[in-house]
Design a protein around this ligand. Structure first.
Ligand code: HSE
Length: 286
């Protein structure tokens, strides 16, 4: 049996839409085996246990690219990354499938080739790249080529994910975005994403709040998450250094000092007080 473990990811980090992403210590593990025929999938809802399964379709695309034929596949899934919550569950499934196929076929694809295949399936690299390389990764696509760089960030912070009890599909969350932006908004984001990367690398946490603002996706997506502004403000009130919508949402990610022992309990109490039965998870960089 071949095993592949893929981390959750939190993309965008405010202004870095489709460009920034970081890997977190929450994982999906996939096990693969060739069988004489057909498809067996275990460990996920019946709804996903069929030929449309993203892990499986990603495997098939990879087999196709490398010219490998298989008679049948058994996939066992052990998943901790919640689905459609903005924590990179699709990227994890895609990467799991591509890496699994690579190992089953003994194809020796390089990490760059894996990145390319997985990004082609996902459409943008900002979840795939950190899931593959770990840590915070900047990635851009140009003419189907992907350019990326992993950046070391200050180690004194942790991430607290406020995970809603409802799902939000990336498709729906992208549909609310405008197709063009004015130059003021573009410049606003360029400035903030630059400030954000500098602040994360040298530990200028006082700059995070202003750096995490953006005019490209969060303002449009906020309407899909009831009370989001109230929750963001509360996170700051309770001591978070910075708060942003994780990926396409609906998870809200708070950046907190590692030695802040109270934030998580206090934000949980607050969510309970407004009858939001959300899962609150403390995470570290993978
Ligand atoms: N950058 C993507 C988005 C991440 O915000 O739509 C979610 O897949």
């Amino acid at each position: 049996m071949i095993k592949v473990k893929v981390p959750a990811t939190s993309a965008n980090l405010g202004p870095g839409f489709d460009t920034l992403g970081l890997a977190l210590n929450l994982y999906n593990t996939f096990s693969f085996k060739e069988i004489p025929k057909g498809l067996e999938i275990e460990g996920c809802d019946n709804y996903y246990a069929n030929e449309k399964n993203l892990v499986y379709t990603s495997m098939l695309k990879t087999f196709n690219k490398i010219g490998y034929e298989t008679k049948g596949i058994r996939i066992e899934m052990d998943t901790d990354i919640p689905i459609s919550r903005g924590l990179g569950s699709s990227a994890a499934c895609i990467l799991g499938g591509v890496m699994g196929a690579n190992e089953l076929a003994k194809a020796s694809l390089s990490k760059d080739e894996i990145l390319e295949i997985a990004t082609e399936i996902e459409g943008h690299p900002d979840n795939i790249a950190p899931a593959l390389f770990g840590g915070l990764v900047v990635s851009v696509m140009e003419d189907k080529n992907i350019y990326y760089n992993k950046i070391d960030i200050a180690s004194e912070i942790k991430f607290v994910a406020l995970i809603p009890d409802f799902t939000l599909s990336t498709t729906k969350s992208r549909e609310v975005l405008p197709s063009t932006f004015n130059n003021k908004d573009a410049i606003y984001n360029i400035g903030r994403v630059s400030l954000l990367l500098s602040a994360l690398s040298n530990g200028r946490f006082d700059l995070l709040k202003i750096s995490l603002r953006d005019k490209v996706h969060q303002p449009y997506r906020k309407k899909l998450i009831p009370k989001v502004d109230e929750i963001l403000n509360k996170c700051y009130e309770l001591g978070s250094l910075g708060v942003y919508l994780s990926g396409a949402g609906p998870t809200i990610m708070a950046i907190v000092k590692k030695d802040d022992m109270n934030f998580t309990k206090r934000i949980k109490d607050y969510l309970n007080s407004i009858n939001y039965n959300w899962n609150v998870k403390e995470l570290d960089l993978d």
